[in-house]
Design a protein around this ligand. Sequence first.
Ligand code: GLU
Ligand code: MG
Length: 438
Amino acid sequence: MTTADSRAERAARARVAATRIEAEGVDGVVLGWVDNAGVGRVKAVPVRQLEHAAAWGVGASPCFDHFLVDDGMAPGGGPLGDLRLVPDLAALTRLAAQPGWAWAPVDRYAQDGTPHPGCQRLFARRMVEAVEQRGLSVRAGIEVEWVVNGGGEGPAYGMRRLIGSSDYLRDVLRALHEQHLDVLQLHPEYTTGQFEVSVAAAGPLRAADDALLVRHTVQAVSARHGLDASFAPAVAPGGVGNGAHLHLSLWRDGHNLGHGGLGPHGLTREAEAFLAGVLAELPALLALGAPSVASYLRLVPGRWSGPYRCWGLENREAALRLITGSTGEQANAEVKCFDGAANPYLAVGGVLAAGLAGLDGALRLPPEVPDDPTGSTAVERLPDSLDQAVKAFRGSEVLRAALGEELHAAVLAVREAEIALFAGRTDEEIIDATRRRY
Ligand code: GLU
Ligand code: MG
C-alpha cells in the first residue's frame, strides 16, 4: 500500500494491521520521520488509534521543516499551520527491542490531503517514480556505522571486540532479524566502541526506511544494554567518524547495468551516465548527505570517508567507489562521503535526481583515480566545510528542480542556521552538541 491510496482503503488496511499487531502484544505505534537537520522525530498513537491515524493522519506542525539539531528553529519556522502525518502501513514493523511498540514511517500531507511539498519521504518517492518512468529501477542499501559510549575497546575488527560485546551484538542481530531486516554483515569497526551493520539492498525508498529502522533498533538494543549509540559523523576530535555509505545499482528488465557494457570496468553507458551525474552533483549533494557542521570533522583525508571528488574501482578514499563484485549482478557503486547525520530520504532522493540528470545529459565519467588520492593536489577535494557544500547546493539547478522550491529553501535555511549556530565553536564543542542528536 502507499499513502496515495484512498482514505477508505487506508482505514481498511489499518484496521486489519491494528488487529494483527494488537494480538501480538503491541500497545503503541510510533509514527516516525526525519527532519531536514537529519534528526529522527516521532509522534505515537495507541494501537486502537491506528485506523484513524491512517485515514486522517496525525497532526504535526510544519515548523519541523525548520528544526535544527539543537531543537532551535531556522527563520521560516513558526507556530502557525498544521500537517498530517500519514503512516505508510506497508512498512509497519513490530519493534523487537521495544516490546509493546510498533513503528511506521510517515508521509506528510496538508490538511486538504495534498502532498506537503516539504515532505522528504514524498520527495524520495517522486524520484523513485521518475526512475521507474524510464523503465529503470535502482537497488540501494545504506551501511550503518555507530559508536557506543561504553566498552568496545580492543583492536579494529578484533575478535576481542566481538567477544567483549557478544551479547549486545547478538541482540542487535536478533532484533533486526525479528523485524525482517535481512542482515548481510556485522563487524566491530575501526575505532573504540564502533560497529557496523549492513542489510540487503532494496528499492531506494525501502532502503531509506531500513536505514532509519536499523538505527532505531540499534539505539533501542543499546539502551537495553545500558549503552548509548551515536550515529553522529564525528564522535571524537581527530578520530574516524560514522559513515552512512550509500550503495546503489541501476537495473533494466532484471539486468544490472553495472556490468557487460562498453564503459569503464564493464559499466553500460546508462550506468556510467548515472554515476557521472552523481559525481557532477556531489559537492551540492553533500548538503544532503553530509549535512552537519560536524560532517566536515569526519570528511578529511585518510579516514576512508571519501573526501575526494573522484571515482575508482575498489578505491576506499574516493567519494565514489566502484565495486564489480564476484558476479556481474553484484556490481554497484558506493557513495562513501555521506554520513549518519543525513536524512536518508533526502540523501537517496538527491542521488537519484543527480543520476537522472546524468542520464539526461548522457554524461561520461572522468578518468578513474586508481591510486590513493590522499595528499595529491591533482585530485579535487570535495567541499571541506558545510559552508562550501551549501554554496554548491544553492547553485545546483538539478537539486533545486528535483526538491522543489519549498524543500530546497527549507534545507538551505536549516543549513545556514546550523552554520551560524556553530560559528566560532571548537571541534569538541561541535561534537558535544551533535553526538547525542543522531
Ligand atoms: N568510518 C569510515 C567513515 O567515516 C568508513 C570506514 C569504512 O567502512 O570504510 O566513513
Ligand atoms: Mg565501515
